[in-house]
Design a protein. Structure first.
Length: 125
């Protein structure tokens, strides 16, 4: 297995079933560079969503127009593509699995709380 494929496989295993995807723009750029990331679902970043962007470290940045930022979890020096600027959370690849798991747990808790409220009779005053 080539190193890139192995790295991707390891990343997917780290997530253990969590949803991991890349944007169409990133997929196109990777393909244009000759390193397509196969086997990852494609997603779009909507304005009002909870997308967590996993960012490469700044020293790994590959395009002249890469944007620079700090990981919101650990403060690492990271980069991301301009089209991904509206992603709400930007974290480094080390923090990504934990942040995604935490947000998913939070979402589930919120959903559970919402359905509990909906079941409550409206007689309490
Ligand atoms: Zn980090």
């Amino acid at each position: 297995m080539d190193p890139k494929r192995r790295a991707l496989k390891e990343l997917l295993e780290k997530f253990g079933g969590s949803s991991l995807s890349i944007t169409k723009e990133t997929a196109d750029e990777l393909a244009a560079k000759g390193t397509p990331a196969e086997g990852l679902p494609i997603t779009t970043i909507e304005d009002e969503n909870n997308v967590v962007l996993g960012c490469a470290f700044w020293h790994q940045h590959a395009f002249v127009d890469d944007r620079r930022a700090l990981c919101e979890r650990c403060g690492a020096d990271i980069c991301y593509r301009p089209h991904a600027a509206k992603a709400k959370h930007k974290v480094c690849m080390n923090c990504l699995p934990d942040v995604v798991r935490e947000l998913e747990a939070e979402e589930k808790a919120n959903e559970a709380a919402a359905s509990k409220n909906a079941d409550r009779p409206l007689t309490e005053k």
